[in-house]
Design a protein around this ligand. Structure first.
Ligand SMILES: CC(=O)SCCNC(=O)CCNC(=O)[C@H](O)C(C)(C)COP(=O)(O)OP(=O)(O)OC[C@H]1O[C@@H](n2cnc3c(N)ncnc32)[C@H](O)[C@@H]1OP(=O)(O)O
Ligand SMILES: O=C([O-])CC(=O)C(=O)O
Length: 371
């Protein structure tokens, strides 16, 4: 038995949800470029869960179900008010999502129909939780979700209390489309491992949020913004990035386990970053990002991943930095749920082996004889 570090290149399951082949990403066979340019996030959610694009009636039904299930139990809001004001946003999200299970009478119903209903509730409630968290820590009351608007619209409304403009809604919607699913990434794998024990969907999503939090995965978008803020201006980029590379420090938002010639989602976010920068009259973050890309790609051959330009996009939308990774979760819960449903369809316990590297033939030494 020989271990492959980080399971690189190991094919751990079959899946018909999304594919990355020769650097092209598809959801159910549809190229991500087409979806980013034309699909709404709700259409993508339907596509991921049910394997086909919805017709008008199916889409309207899903939108109605999502709107109708967006409110969160009063008990969960009361608990969130007890979280420390400086709680880590992903830790708070992980905790709140886990506690939703306690108030869902179907939490442990393992039928497909119940799991689809729970997927709808999780998709609908996750944005409400993120917005509630952001308001509660500022001493504000969480807002009731609006009916009849998209997830992107509702989230921006619940976050700020203002009607979001169309440009902001469209930008966030496209970002949600781009982040929705990505084959067997770490958080999706975590979700599948958890539910493959025949645990419930809430446990699977809670595991996934924990995995997404790390800066080698979804947490990188927040780390990118922290880096941009630390650098401060385009003039400082050369010195800062040069020093980091000389010291072998990883540049957040670059590199990818699967894409070696670039992440196909990054170009959409780069374009959005420029357009939003032009619209808001602040191109500082975009200009810095472009300079960083030139240096990191030029010197290391590493290309930006989905997290790199999403940082300046969300900043242009005036979203606080520590909500970037929770926003990733607002989108990716669609993919996690699709994978959990797929795992249950043809389940087998996921239990690989470890190559043992510890001592052998050791003997038990009674406590009183140990030094
Ligand atoms: C949504 C997402 O999850 S996208 C990924 C988000 N994560 C990040 O942006 C964090 C920064 N990037 C990284 O840490 C990595 O590129 C990962 C985790 C994404 C992929 O990692 P792996 O495939 O395991 O590559 P690994 O970390 O082994 O790196 C291979 C080599 O490239 C270097 N490298 C990889 N990424 C970077 C980077 N961002 N900056 C500088 N060097 C890097 C490593 O230092 C290593 O060099 P070495 O062989 O000289 O030691
Ligand atoms: O696939 C991965 O390893 C990480 C990633 O880009 C994603 O989850 O979107």
């Amino acid at each position: 038995m020989t271990a492959t570090k980080g399971l690189e290149g190991i094919v751990a399951t079959t899946s018909s949800i999304s594919s990355i082949i020769d650097g092209f990403l598809t959801y159910r066979g549809i190229n991500i470029d087409e979806l980013a340019e034309q699909a709404s996030f709700e259409e993508v959610v339907y596509l991921l869960w049910f394997g086909k694009l919805p017709n008008e009636a199916e889409l309207n039904q899903l939108k109605q179900d999502l709107s109708g299930n967006a409110a969160i139990p009063a008990e969960v809001i009361s608990q969130m008010k007890l979280y420390p004001q400086d709680s880590n946003s992903m830790a708070a999200l992980r905790t709140a999502i886990s506690s939703l299970a306690l108030y869902d009478a179907e939490a442990n119903d393992m039928s497909r129909d119940a799991n689809v209903r729970k997927a709808i509730r999780l998709q609908a409630q996750l944005p409400t939780i993120v917005a509630a968290f952001a308001r509660i820590r500022q001493g504000q009351e969480p807002l009731e979700p609006k009916q009849g608007v998209s997830i992107a619209h509702n989230f921006l409304y619940m976050l700020t209390g203002n009607e979001p403009d169309e440009v902001a809604v469209n930008a966030l919607d496209t970002a949600l489309v781009l982040h929705a699913d990505h084959e067997l990434n770490a958080s999706t794998f975590a979700a599948r491992v958890t539910v493959a024990t025949l645990s419930d969907i809430y446990s699977g999503i809670t595991s996934a949020i924990g995995a997404l939090k790390g800066p080698l995965h979804g947490g990188a978008n927040e780390a990118v913004m922290a880096m941009l803020e630390e650098i401060g201006s385009p003039e400082q980029v050369d010195g800062y990035i040069g020093e980091q590379l000389d010291n072998k420090v990883k540049i957040m938002g670059f590199g990818h386990r699967v894409y070696k010639n670039g992440d196909p989602r990054a170009k959409h976010l780069q374009k959005m970053s420029r357009e939003l920068g032009e619209l808001t009259g602040n191109l500082r973050w975009y200009d810095m990002s472009i300079k960083i890309e030139e240096i990191v790609t030029g010197q290391k051959g590493l290309k930006p991943n989905v997290d790199f330009y999403s940082a300046s996009v969300y900043t242009s939308l005036e979203i606080p930095r520590d909500l970037f990774t929770p926003i990733f979760a607002i989108s990716r819960v669609s993919g996690w749920a699709a994978h959990i449903l797929e795992q249950f369809e043809n389940n087998r316990l996921i239990r690989p082996r470890a190559e043992y590297t510890g001592p052998s033939n050791s003997k038990y030494i009674p406590l009183e004889q140990r030094s």
